[in-house]
Design a protein around this ligand. Structure first.
Ligand code: HEC
Length: 233
């Protein structure tokens, strides 16, 4: 190999290594934790069982103002409408869950335009009360991260001074308050993050795919060498 060929090989190998290091290890595009989470809350947030309890807590405490459409959760005032269950079933896509070995429908994913037209008056009423429509929380975990959410839900004013989102959990009166907040964050996380087994499977798929390309590249390179050698005769 010529010196120039060697330089090129080293350069592109280094570029590839840096690329995967950035994607897998030091990703600048993901949220960096700037907010502290107590250790106990951190454990709850990473626990898939807590996420199930969190879903119920979310329904009880948040759906007077927020929807979470990706998981089939809509404003309380909308789901109380007599026509809603029919709209959900005809316009939505069923979301399945496994419970006690049985597959069942846990809700419906309804397209945004359909939902927002049914919920129009409700959303406008919230806007009139709070100055803006409380956002749908489907991807909030991705954009804000666990630390932000835990601290914001515990005490909105402290994180976002002047926000119209009310404080809902008071450790002074409810000893379980910090755990409840952590469970809700665990739930929001579970909507955006694949379960641990699934995550490992996806990582493995990535490694296998890259290994395939490297192996294929090596074979092609050997084959090319053979063809070039035979052309000399
Ligand atoms: C009484 C209405 C109300 C309830 C109940 C409520 N919220 Fe909110 N929430 C709001 C409003 C209004 C905003 C928009 C605040 C803003 O942008 O200043 C908001 C914003 C948020 C945000 C986005 C913050 C950001 O950085 O933009 C999150 C996350 C959130 N709420 C989570 C929750 C969770 C979780 C619950 C249930 C435990 C909940 N909210 C219950 C009214 C509410």
């Amino acid at each position: 190999m010529s010196t120039w060929g060697l330089i090129k090989t080293v350069f592109f190998t280094a570029l590839t290594v840096v690329f995967f290091f950035i994607i897998w290890v030091e990703n600048p595009f993901t949220h960096h934790a700037e907010y502290e989470i107590p250790e106990e809350a951190e454990k709850i947030i990473n626990d898939p069982k807590a996420a199930l309890e969190g879903r119920e807590l979310f329904k009880q405490n948040c759906t007077s103002c927020h929807s979470l459409r990706y998981d089939g959760i809509y404003l309380m005032s909308v789901t109380a409408k007599p026509e809603w269950s029919k709209i959900e079933k005809t316009m939505g896509k069923p979301l399945l869950e496994e419970k006690d070995g049985k597959i069942r429908v846990k809700g419906y994913f309804v397209p945004r335009d359909v939902y927002e037209s049914v919920a129009f008056a409700d959303l406008q009423a919230l806007k009139a009360s709070f100055g803006k429509i409380p956002p749908d929380l489907s991807t909030m975990y991705l954009s804000r991260g666990a630390g932000y959410l835990y601290n914001f839900i515990s005490d909105p004013q402290k994180v976002l001074p002047g926000t119209s989102m009310p404080k809902l959990f008071f450790p002074e009166y409810d000893k379980e308050a910090p755990q409840k907040v952590a469970k809700i964050v665990a739930y929001m996380r579970s909507v955006n993050e694949p379960p641990p087994g699934e995550k490992a499977k996806r990582a493995l798929m990535g490694v296998v795919t890259i290994a395939y390309f490297i192996g294929m590249g090596a074979l092609l390179w050997l084959y090319r060498k053979k063809v070039v050698a035979s052309m000399k005769h």
